[in-house]
Write a protein that binds this ligand. Structure first.
Ligand code: MAN
Length: 742
């Protein structure tokens, strides 16, 4: 009868509310027909076992009252001990949990506030500052470019009269000759030895000033180039501005422009430069290598490209003068010939050709002497042939050695240097011809004006002294009809070109007097210096070897760099005024760079702070941040022959007991979730080492409340699937308390 009251327990008990023992994680509730012993949550009895005379429940609840003795004390001792532990653990664990969560909460609030401050105020301010600086840099560049274009226009306008009366042919020759001079000067200065061996830099730079970019210049194969014209508003303009500013900023800032363009666009800015002292040309050592200039120097980035090209073109170079290398080379050879012919006919080239012939012949003589003296030395050294010695002695007596061997070597070196200058000049002139052809092929209406502009700006970039520019002017614009260059080439008078140019003449063409006064004065001064300095007679005629090669040897005077107060400075004055813009832009760029780096520091700081709170989107530390306290901690348990280690946010490992480090990878941290049914915390690791004939290893940790965090058990219920139990204070929450009736 009494036992009937217990029948009400049939399946009506809500285990979570009535159980007084700690529920194991594998607790399973009774089915609807089963009877559950009140004090033994996992003991579920079939109806047949009720009132069957056997005491199944420890308190005898399955039998009529007073039928069974209460044996729960003994039977449930372990369970009660577990409960006592659970109670104690909960007190300690929940305290720890609360403290950690409070700490996390504080950290979270502070960090979020910091992030907010950075993202809502500091970051936008900095971003807008960077944006403003960016615009200012862009504006500065555009102002600079516009300023340059205006300055160039002013300069060019100031010589418009000459441009008007000059013929296209004269302007063409003027530019080619200017490049010739410029090439020689660059070689004199010791610049541009390794890069841009042949391109006429001043002309290219003049092109940039005017919005022209030459591409694909190829003097080895095709003797051709193509020209690109820039529109003022195009984005390329800012590229050109960058280039020019970069070059203006750095003394050796040689940079290339465009993929196929082999210009090393330096030396774009002469402004301000005229205030610097010019290189000092000593009489004996004109070969001054000064670094205070804007021309490119040896080395750096272009080298690679150059050598690459050289390799590529090796075959062609070898065959330059002989065989056709490819199908297209017939016309290339034709072009080459035409270009070379144009070059050789310039009056400058004619004048230089005399020097070249004399210098080469003298060099041969010097070489022969050096060889002879070497072989004499050899014979002396051997000392075996008396006859020879006697002969030599006799010779020496008859003709005492007229040559100081050291002086001879120096003479040879000086000749070599000068020959190289002229060769470089010829290369530049060749390049100029090719570049101008490309311009002429575009045949725009403005061709003549373009050529005039280029001529003026090539002078600017060539860095030639007014005296050399005067020579250039006289050689190309004055009295060209009077001299037949081919005739004079054959004359071989060995007199310098100044015998033809001096004294300087003037001429009036359509009301315009030529040359402009500045150049006339420069020419006069030069004539005074040079017409008498030029030696008379051909040095090659004499058997004497000069002890030194003076400037003016065979009529060749080395071109000179402009001097501090160069008379042409006034002409180019407008470009000086835009030079201040360069430093403005540089300062703005530097400020922007600084601000940019500060900005990225702040961005980095924000990322760090977000990491600290466990990421912006996913709550890495769990909803309440309960993993924060045990972040990156590792826990070890031994089971059988293995030791297992699980690391929060990292990986799980299986290794042989006693093994130090290494082991089998059981998986990487996935996360912690709550079991939907039991509410228990479940940590997961997956994608471990593949199991032979099975899945990739994985690990699961079931967490229950404990005073401290530790692994309790390890199991492998299914091959390569590892299951662990863990106690941790992180699970000592209100749900645990409620579920366990604490
Ligand atoms: C190793 C261990 C075991 C696993 C087998 C599967 O011996 O990782 O836990 O069951 O490999 O081959």
């Amino acid at each position: 009868m009494l036992c009937n009251s217990y029948l009400y327990f049939f399946a009506h008990i809500s285990p979570s509310h009535s159980l007084t023992t700690v529920l194991p994680y594998n607790y399973s509730p009774p089915s609807s027909s089963q009877f559950q012993c009140p004090q033994q949550p996992n003991l579920h009895l079939a109806p047949s076992r009720i009132n069957d005379g056997t005491c199944d429940c420890c308190d005898g609840a399955d039998e009529p009252l007073d039928t069974c003795p209460d044996q729960c004390t003994e039977i449930l001792a372990a369970e009660r001990a577990a409960r006592a532990k659970a109670e104690a653990d909960f007190v300690t664990g929940s305290q720890k949990r609360s403290e950690e969560m409070a700490e996390f909460g504080k950290m979270l609030r502070e960090t979020v506030a910091e992030i907010e401050k950075l993202t809502k105020s500091e970051l936008p301010t900095m971003e807008s500052e960077v944006g403003e600086l960016d615009n200012a840099v862009r504006d500065g560049k555009m102002r600079y470019m516009t300023g340059r274009f205006d300055a160039v226009k002013t300069i060019v306008d100031s010589v418009a009269d000459i441009g008007r009366v000059a013929t296209m042919e004269e302007i063409h020759t003027f530019i080619v000759t200017a490049c010739h001079f410029a090439g020689e000067l660059m070689d004199v200065l010791g610049h541009d030895r390794s890069r841009n061996k042949s391109t006429c830099l001043p002309l290219r730079l003049a092109g940039l000033d005017l919005g022209f970019i030459w591409e694909d210049e190829n003097l080895d194969k095709t003797y051709s180039a193509t020209l690109r014209r820039l529109e003022e508003k195009s984005s390329i303009l800012s590229e050109v501005a960058d280039l020019m500013i970069k070059n203006a900023e750095s003394q050796d800032g040689a940079v290339t422009f465009g993929k196929d363009d082999n210009v090393v666009a330096t030396s774009s800015h002469r402004q301000g430069h005229r205030n610097h002292p010019p290189p000092d040309y000593g009489d004996d050592d004109y070969h001054y290598h000064h670094d205070d200039d804007e021309y490119p120097h040896e080395g750096d980035e272009d080298e690679e490209g150059d050598s690459g090209d050289a390799e590529e073109e090796e075959g062609t170079n070898d065959n330059d003068n002989t065989a056709d290398v490819d199908a297209g080379s017939d016309s290339s050879d034709g072009r080459k010939e035409a270009v070379m012919k144009t070059i050789s006919l310039t009056r400058l080239a004619t004048s230089r050709s005399l020097f070249l012939a004399q210098a080469r012949s003298l060099k041969d003589k010097v070489d022969a002497i050096i060889k002879e003296s070497e072989s004499d030395g050899d014979e002396d050294g051997e000392g075996g042939d008396n006859q020879a010695e006697t002969e030599t002695d006799t010779e020496a007596e008859e003709q005492p050695p007229a040559f100081d061997p050291q002086a001879v070597q120096m003479t040879r070196a000086a000749l070599d240097r000068r020959l190289k200058h002229v060769e470089k000049g010829e290369m530049f002139a060749t390049s100029a011809t090719v570049l101008l052809d490309a311009l002429e092929q575009t045949s725009p209406d403005t061709l003549k004006q373009d050529m005039i502009n280029l001529a003026v700006m090539t002078i600017y970039h060539s860095q030639l002294s007014a005296g050399d520019v005067a020579d250039l002017f006289y050689l190309t614009m004055m009295g060209a009809d009077e001299t037949d260059p081919s005739a004079s080439a054959e004359e071989e008078t060995c007199s310098s070109m100044y015998s033809a140019l001096c004294p300087p003449t003037t001429e009036t063409r359509s009301g315009v007097s030529l040359p402009p006064k500045t150049l006339f004065d420069a020419a006069k001064a030069r004539c005074e210096d040079r017409v008498s300095a030029a030696p008379s007679g051909c040095p090659g005629d004499s058997s004497e070897i000069p002890n030194s090669i003076a400037d003016g040897f065979s009529g060749y005077f080395v071109p000179q760099h402009y001097a501090e107060n160069d008379p042409l400075g006034d002409l180019f004055q407008p470009l000086s005024t835009v030079s201040s813009l360069v430093s403005q832009v540089s300062n703005l760029e530097a400020a922007k760079k600084d601000r940019d780096s500060e900005l990225s520091k702040v961005r980095g700081k924000i990322t760090d702070l977000e990491d600290k709170i466990g990421g912006r989107d996913e709550p890495k530390y769990g909803a309440d941040g309960e993993l924060y306290g045990i972040r990156d901690s590792c826990h070890i348990v031994e089971s059988g022959k293995y030791e297992y280690e699980v690391c929060i946010f990292k990986k799980a490992t299986q290794r042989d007991s006693g093994q130090k480090g290494g082991g089998t990878h059981l998986g990487n941290w996935v996360g912690m979730s709550r079991d939907e049914e039991t509410g228990q915390r479940v940590m997961k690791w997956d994608k471990g080492t593949k199991c032979w004939n099975g899945p990739n290893r994985s690990a699961t940790v079931y967490v229950t409340c404990g005073a401290e965090t530790k692994l309790l058990t390890a199991d492998e219920p299914s091959t390569c699937e590892y299951v662990f139990t863990m106690e941790s204070h992180i699970a000592c929450d209100e749900a645990f308390k409620r579920d366990h009736g604490l």
